[in-house]
Design a protein around this ligand. Structure first.
Ligand code: SF4
Length: 121
């Protein structure tokens, strides 16, 4: 059973990206980067924000996720970094490299595929 943690931008989650619903829908439908789980048992464990600019809290927050879930004996097995970080964050490279260095599990860049090509067409 895979246990997925999504990491996004503190300034975008449930704000610019209302309800974080695109990540949730993408996960529920197994679309975008979640299509890799089409034939697997998988659960969403959480939506974690980066901790705010410039992302210096992300490693501590990952450790907090581990501690917070320890009483339930739940462990993250895959981390997905959302488009709000991958496509828009000026600190993306350092944030992703920190996550990859410390997560101890596979880190996938991307989540849902629902990025609009344009706004007014
Ligand atoms: S560090 Fe990047 S992902 Fe985090 S709040 Fe700032 S812009 Fe968003």
């Amino acid at each position: 059973m895979e246990k997925v943690l999504i990491i996004g931008c503190k300034r975008a989650m449930d704000d610019v990206c209302i309800g974080c619903s695109r990540c949730m829908v993408g996960f529920n439908r197994r679309e975008g980067e979640f299509s890799r789980y089409k034939d697997e048992d998988v659960e969403l464990m959480g939506l974690l924000n980066c901790g705010d600019c410039p992302g210096s809290a992300i490693v501590t927050r990952l450790a907090q996720v581990k501690l917070w879930n320890a009483p339930m004996e739940e462990k993250v097995t895959k981390v997905h970094v959302a488009p709000c970080v991958i496509d828009h964050c000026p600190h993306k490279d350092i944030i992703v490299s920190k996550i990859k260095a410390k997560a101890g599990v596979e880190v996938i860049e991307g989540t849902h595929p629902y990025k609009p090509d344009n706004i007014f067409a």
